[in-house]
Ligand binder design. Sequence first.
Ligand code: 4H7
Length: 245
Amino acid sequence: MKFDILTLFPEMFEPIKQSIIGRATKENKIEINLVNIRDFSKDKHKKVDDTPYGGGAGMLMRADVVYDCYNSVKSSKSKVIYLSPKGNRLNQAKVEELAKEEHLVVLCGHYEGIDQRVIDKIVDEEISIGDYVLTGGELPAMVLVDSVSRYVDGVLAQDSRLEESFSNGLLEYPQYTRPEIFEGMEVPEVLKSGHHKNIDKWRREQSLRVTFEKRPELLEKVDLTEDEQKFIKSLNKDFKKKEEI
Ligand code: 4H7
């Protein structure tokens, strides 16, 4: 997977080059190319922004500069993503879908955003990472690159993706490591039993319990066995009892 990141602040992406993603780039599983939009300004002062027609506060990134920058990286296989608060909300399904692409061009807006004409011309999909406002699209772009890269084949050493939150539609079960007793709190007995069938059952139930408590709406979308449905009903009864107290 190749990412071309179009940004006015390429130095903001240093952290993404570390850790898992760093190793994946060294092993040529992914390639991250940072492109400085400012390099495409024809202005002698390297200006990339201008005032909005119609007036109003702030500055907009110019369509022509962004377009020239895009043209320097585009390919027949590229999909262009624009990170903005108006976009479709990023979720696990979208992450896994994007991981199948060969070439993602990730456009980061700054200031008050980008002239609408170049967005209409080049952007395939507008994506938001959540309902809050940021000063630029760079942090959302990093969230996108990190989440999508994990789903590119060969990026994760041992494939834990099947067990993690959202992949099976549920939240993750709690996990424990040494010491066996911490501040008087013990590791659940079953996890020390070595009985793998019981451990799997316990973990599945914990996943169901955590999801029921924190994100009950997620349960509507998962296929549950009859036993699991009974387990949820019992959680529901306990929950109602607690409400009465
Ligand atoms: C594109 C268009 C993404 C990028 C507008 C970007 C939140 C998200 C930005 C803007 C982002 C997200 C312009 C919106 C300035 C905010 C005060 C950069 N914020 N801006 N406004 N949720 N900001 O994914």
